[in-house]
Design a binder for this molecule. Structure first.
Ligand code: DMJ
Length: 507
């Protein structure tokens, strides 16, 4: 599937584009961004994974769009609320929307980019394939003013939330039409991982308490039923009995996520468990049997995944402990010594004998390299929180009203950074324009007529995303509440520290 995507719409180029900027290669970023604008085509007869296309292509284009100014690209007036890379991201996302047109709102796993969902498509989707859209889709909606994307992602999230078991867990694969759980293993790894990641990061990026409370409820059940000695096992979602006592390499994102929530002690202990596996093999095997302390048959490979390095980056930022730099050095050494080939870095087929595979995943360029670089560059602008004049923020928007990057960045699950300040700035401008239009309409037209025109076309049937209310005109008895985050008056990091108290109170 990914191979198909790669050849037909430049998946690797899109996935790797923002890494060029992170490494400081502006000229190559500009060349590739222009090349993509001239050549990438999503109007093709290809069956694509809805999840992968979203995290790699939509996410990659959105972050390239948001970073285009720093890369020295020519920006059109109105950027970051408009721009060619944003339009490309929207084109790609529009191709995914037919998958969400289901009675439940939960998406199919695969869509044909030209023809929509095949009538023979399976309705069985993994949990992450349902719940990993809010970051990209809300970014699109808030930058463009078209609420369709965020509404689709939220509808899917709410539908999935309702399917949790009586003990508060979700399984691995669900029938999106009947809402029946087809695979009932509950855990934090493959098939589920980024669902939890998006509840937390969505809560932070959108200052959204609904997403946060969903996560906190899941987290209570996860800690209760799946955690043993700071390992996380797989359990039956209805009974909580252990079904697979394995650690999967994909689970290594969890300590990083915990550190975002302020659960540092637990994050550090779990990281140490995972790091001990890394030291045993010089990499993380896809599956590791906890009771046996060894790899699992046919899952001995290490496809250069980023997750442990990603967690090391967050934990080094949070603690300053050099253990995390040591993991970075170990990773660099393994990657250079074991996986380097004349034309790329190869996935390790078997960590026991360091046999290589003839493939390199695009997440190696999008994530592994980026997180490694950021681990060793704590002053990088993507870490945020810098002082005025250190390049951590830039101006954007009409007449430069947007202060971009000042509140840090949220990485999507493919390590594509998204800028919450841009979202707030663009949705505020869209709101200003709607308010101005409402005022002008109310002056020129009779009351009922103007009220029927007050919604933008895309919001006629769906409610707008929070922060994008249609009108400033207050209904009788209604109080105007200030937005949770006001850009650019208050830096995002300041708001985050307040939200952090909510996180720690509950855990
Ligand atoms: C990436 O494609 C994403 O992080 C996804 O959520 C799962 N992990 C792979 C890389 O390991």
């Amino acid at each position: 599937m990914i191979r198909e995507l790669l050849t037909s719409f430049s998946l690797t180029l899109i996935d790797a584009l923002d890494t060029l900027l992170v490494l400081g290669n502006h000229s190559e970023f500009q060349r590739v961004a222009s090349l993509l604008q001239d050549t990438a085509d999503f109007d093709i007869d290809v069956n694509a994974s809805v999840f992968e296309t979203n995290i790699r292509v939509v996410g990659g284009l959105l972050s390239a769009h948001l970073l285009a100014g720093r890369a020295g690209m020519d920006l059109e007036p109105g950027w970051p609320c408009s721009g060619p890379l944003l339009r490309m991201a929207e084109d790609a996302a529009r191709k995914l929307l037919p998958a969400f047109q289901t009675p439940t709102g939960m998406p199919y796993g695969t869509v044909n980019l030209l023809n929509g969902v095949s009538p023979t498509e399976t309705p069985v989707t993994c949990t992450a394939g349902v719940g990993t859209f809010i970051l990209e889709f809300a970014t699109l909606s808030r930058l463009t003013g078209d609420a369709t994307y965020e509404n689709a992602a939220r509808r899917a999230l709410r539908a999935l939330w309702k399917t949790r078991s009586d003990i508060g867990l979700v399984g691995n694969h669900i029938d999106i039409l009947s809402k029946k759980w087809v695979a009932q293993d509950a855990g934090i790894g493959a098939g589920v991982d980024s669902y939890f990641e998006y509840l937390v990061k969505g809560a932070i990026m959108l200052q959204d308490e609904e997403l946060l409370s969903m996560f906190l409820e899941y987290d209570r059940a996860i800690q209760n039923y799946t955690r043993f000695d700071d390992w996380y096992l797989w359990v039956q979602m209805h009974k909580g009995t252990v079904s697979m006592p394995v650690f999967q390499s994909l689970e290594a994102f969890w300590p990083g996520l915990q550190s975002l929530l302020g659960n540092l002690d637990s994050a550090v202990r779990t990281f140490q468990n995972y790091y001990s596996v890394w030291r045993q093999f010089g990499g993380l095997p896809e599956f590791y049997s906890i009771p046996q302390g060894y790899t699992v048959d046919k899952r001995e490979g290490y496809p250069l995944r980023p997750e442990l390095i990603e967690s090391a980056m967050y934990l080094f930022r949070a603690t300053g402990d050099h253990t995390y730099l040591q993991l970075g050095l170990d990773a660099l050494e393994s990657i250079e010594k074991i996986t380097r080939t004349p034309c790329g870095y190869a996935s390790v087929k078997d960590l026991r004998d360091h046999q290589l595979d003839n493939r390199m995943e695009s997440f190696f360029l999008a994530e592994t390299i980026k997180y490694l670089y950021l681990l060793f560059d704590p002053a990088h602008f993507l870490h945020g929180g810098g002082a005025e004049g250190d390049g951590s923020w830039e101006e954007g928007g009409e007449e430069g009203q947007c202060v971009l990057g000042a509140g840090g960045f949220i990485f999507n699950t493919e390590a594509h950074p998204l800028d919450p300040a841009a979202l707030y700035c663009c949705s505020r401008h869209a709101q200003d324009r709607r308010e101005l239009r409402d005022v002008l309409l109310s002056l020129s037209e009779p009351a009922e007529k103007s009220s029927s025109k007050s919604k933008p076309p895309n919001q006629q049937t769906e409610s707008p995303p929070p922060g994008q209310s249609d009108s400033i005109a207050l209904k009788p008895g209604e109080k105007k509440t200030p937005p949770l985050l006001s850009c650019p008056v208050q830096p995002f990091s300041a708001r985050l520290s307040i939200l952090g108290q909510v996180f720690t109170d509950n855990t």
